[in-house]
Design a protein around this ligand. Structure first.
Ligand SMILES: N[C@@H](CCC(=O)N[C@@H](CS)C(=O)NCC(=O)O)C(=O)O
Length: 206
């Protein structure tokens, strides 16, 4: 059975959402990032990157990086309809996933969340956090334009919506930032999906 290593409320929630959308059996295990469990030899043996999500497939091989895991889950579970078969929509979906993972999360949220990972001098932490917030909010503005008046980012529901959900959840529930109106409405639609509530329950967040 596949296994997801996660910590509640992190980007691993995207993979929990997708696994719940797919509905096949899987197991999961929390890696306590607060207690620095990601740096232990036991977890490094699972994922040398020391990050969640880490997804161990049925054959025992490891997949890391949200966009890669999400794409692989969607392609290997076409019945779940998580990725368009139209190549133009597929590449736009991957474009949004990369923007969310590489820019909004890694350059923005990471600075706002853990400024100490970027600079040791605590007097500069507020400035680093402000830069991070700016990157996240600029990213959400771009996604707001992509979403427009549509229900889901790509028209039909996709892995891009599950990826955006992590940023929305964090902005809304953890740091209480104001999001563009249509992104806020997208977050509410995500919360109305049974798979999303099941994912939150698995992480002890519902
Ligand atoms: N680019 C990676 C990011 C993974 C990542 O940074 N995960 C965070 C949680 S959101 C983590 O494990 N942080 C632990 C650490 O950096 O020590 C992905 O898309 O999966």
């Amino acid at each position: 059975m596949p296994k997801l290593y996660y910590w509640p409320g992190t980007c691993a929630i995207t993979i929990h959402v997708l696994l719940e959308e797919i509905g096949k059996p899987y197991t999961d295990e929390a890696v306590d990032l607060g207690a620095k469990q990601q740096f232990t030899p036991e977890f490094r043996a699972v994922n040398p990157k020391g990050k969640v999500p880490a997804y161990v497939r049925d054959d025992g091989s490891l997949l890391t990086e949200v966009p890669a895991i999400a794409w692989w889950l969607a392609r290997t579970n076409p019945q779940a309809r998580l990725l368009s078969e139209d190549i133009e929509t597929e590449v736009r979906t991957l474009e949004a996933l990369d923007h969310i993972a590489a820019t909004i999360h890694m350059q923005g949220a990471a600075r706002a969340w853990r400024p100490g990972s970027f600079i040791s001098d605590e007097r500069l932490h507020d400035e680093v956090m402000a830069k991070g917030k700016d990157i996240v909010l600029r990213g959400l503005d771009i996604l707001s334009q992509t979403l427009g008046a549509k229900t889901w980012l790509m028209g039909d529901y996709s892995i891009a919506d599950a990826s955006l959900f992590f940023i929305e959840y964090w902005a809304k529930e953890k740091v209480f930032w104001t999001m563009p109106d249509n992104i806020e409405a997208h977050y509410r639609r995500m919360r109305a999906r049974p798979a999303v509530e099941r994912a939150l329950m698995r992480e002890g967040l519902a």
